[in-house]
Design a protein around this ligand. Sequence first.
Ligand code: CA
Length: 260
Amino acid sequence: MKACHLICSALLALVALTASATERYTFKILEKKPQSRSHFVQGLQIIDGMLFVGTGGYGQSRLLQYRFTDGELLAEQRLHPRLFGEGITVLGEHIYQLTWRARRLLVYRRADLQPLVALSIPGQGWGLTHNGSQLIYSDGSHRLYFLDPDTAQRQRTVAVLEDGMPVARLNELEWIDGAVWANVWQEDRIVIIDPATGEVTGSIDLQGLLPLPEREPSTDVLNGIAVNPEDGGIWVTGKNWPWMYRIEVRPATAAGPVSR
Ligand SMILES: [Ca+2]
């Protein structure tokens, strides 16, 4: 009995070490829309039939508003050449745009993209989304910060852990069905995060999404997640990619061949 107890305990400890709480997913491409290869995509959101895109690069950063159905550019704001644009999100009558190292969170009037104010943030800005009442942003670490949208005051911070290990370099974000989806910089994957605990509950493997023949020297990493509130469609893209893709996310175990 004693030997069995010891062996069973050891086995249970091994199972605890190797079991992962993270669901693994793969993808199927359902549809694609053209995107300018000049867009160093840092922020992406679809709302009320509009596609908002934030782009980065010194002297090249923009906030862009497109009609989603036909891709017509309706409005555009250029950032100051010394500002490097990062994540964006639309909340109420305002659009928010992070900057990388300038410690500024830019606020625009949604109706006409006019700049209103720049709020202060304490460090770098990477990805940005919201949960309906708070802004949520990443700063290149494994943390997500929850902010008051009026003052940019931090109200809460969560550490993002996958099987107990920090997931650093969280980049572009999207709030989908009560969870935060995050690109992980320089990895072809998106993690699904429980915003209450910071636990990664899912990991979507997006390797191969942009086919090799479509890649050019300027093609950069996967970045950009947007859900279309009208139909629940999930759109993803990358920096200087020629396409945005609407994907179906499916459990890895049930995956068939990736569609092209
Ligand atoms: Ca987004």
